[in-house]
Design a binder for this molecule. Structure first.
Ligand code: SAH
Length: 300
């Protein structure tokens, strides 16, 4: 799916063809994009649900919404865009009188828009403020966690959310450094991590620590099952839910929940026996897609 890199849009939708096929978009359908981002997937969805369809797009990052709104200006179907955490979808829908939907998409993780902005502090490749909040309206920043949490708690975060084998060394190094003064930037943290771990592997030594902090700051794993259940509760019979995850902790939550719905509750039918992954052409064109895993399920 060729996407022009104009208008400053950097994010390429991941596995878009597969998503469209699994969602089985048809004219008249109501589809919720639960992670609207820059609207890459949404732009394709609206074309397929016209005429008569409706797109609802939500994102917990208010800053990205105007960009999605601009891109969807010429949508052939009505589009509702809201600043909302996906775990609050069902409650919001009830208030709006939305009683049923035909499709829901979760494209988890970050958009390139967030990742590439040094001010957001998600990447150690650019020096910036150690923030990492997807929703800058509230909640502690990565800097607050790094400077205030007990060392043992940091160690636990790096181990659990980053599967970082050097988590203790790294947490202790942070404990030492912060006694001299607060750690403020992504570059400072990346260099503390680099000097705390032995040798150099295939990936940058700070990769796992940054992933772990991001998950902790945004409580990503705590809220995921709630978000999926919220969308599931709105799906009509025959409606489909599609989730793309970007690391194994996320994928496990999606997999287990799908299994519960299909096998224990008998409320759904899994469409992807194994998770689908992007082909080589896509990973070459869009490195962000490399770790993507897509799972889909249909509501009975
Ligand atoms: N599919 C989009 C990209 C999505 S990137 C596109 O093609 O353009 C993932 C987006 O999910 C980010 O914008 C992020 O802010 C959002 N997000 C992450 N967690 C969320 C949550 N709990 N609720 C709503 N949006 C969330």
């Amino acid at each position: 799916m060729a996407e022009k890199a104009d208008n400053g849009i950097r994010h390429l939708p991941v596995m878009a063809e597969r998503v469209l096929e699994h969602l089985d978009c048809r004219p008249g359908m109501v589809v919720v994009d639960c992670t609207l981002g820059e609207g890459g997937h949404a732009m394709e969805i609206v074309k397929r649900i016209a005429p008569g369809g409706k797109l609802i797009g939500i994102d917990r990052d208010a800053e990205v919404l105007p960009r999605a709104r601009r891109r969807l200006e010429d949508s052939p179907v009505p589009v509702t865009i809201r600043h909302l955490h996906y775990a609050g979808l069902a409650a919001w829908a009830a208030g709006e009188g939305v009683t049923g939907i035909d499709g829901a998409l979760f494209d988890l993780g970050l958009s390139s828009y967030q990742l590439d902005d040094p001010d957001r502090g998600f990447s150690f490749r650019r020096d910036g403020t150690l923030d990492m909040r997807m929703d800058r309206a509230g909640g502690p920043t990565a800097a607050e966690l790094v400077n205030r949490l007990p060392v043992a708690e940091l160690e636990r975060i790096f181990f659990r959310f980053g599967q970082e084998r050097w988590s203790r060394r790294i947490a202790r190094a942070i404990g030492r450094e912060r006694r001299r003064g607060p750690i403020r930037t992504t570059a400072e943290l990346a260099s503390i991590v680099s000097s705390a771990v032995p040798g150099r592997g295939r990936i940058h030594p700070a990769t796992r620590v940054f992933q772990a902090l991001r998950i902790a700051v945004n409580r990503e794993l705590d809220d995921l099952a709630g978000g999926l259940e919220s969308a599931w509760s709105l799906l009509r019979s025959g409606g489909r839910l599609c989730a793309i995850s970007f690391h194994s902790l996320e994928d496990r939550i999606v997999k287990n929940l799908f299994r519960r719905w299909a096998r224990e509750e008998g409320s759904g039918r899994i469409l992807t026996r194994k998770p689908e992954v992007p082909g080589r052409a896509e990973t070459a064109r869009n490195p962000r897609s490399r770790s993507a895993k897509l799972r889909a399920i249909e509501h009975n």
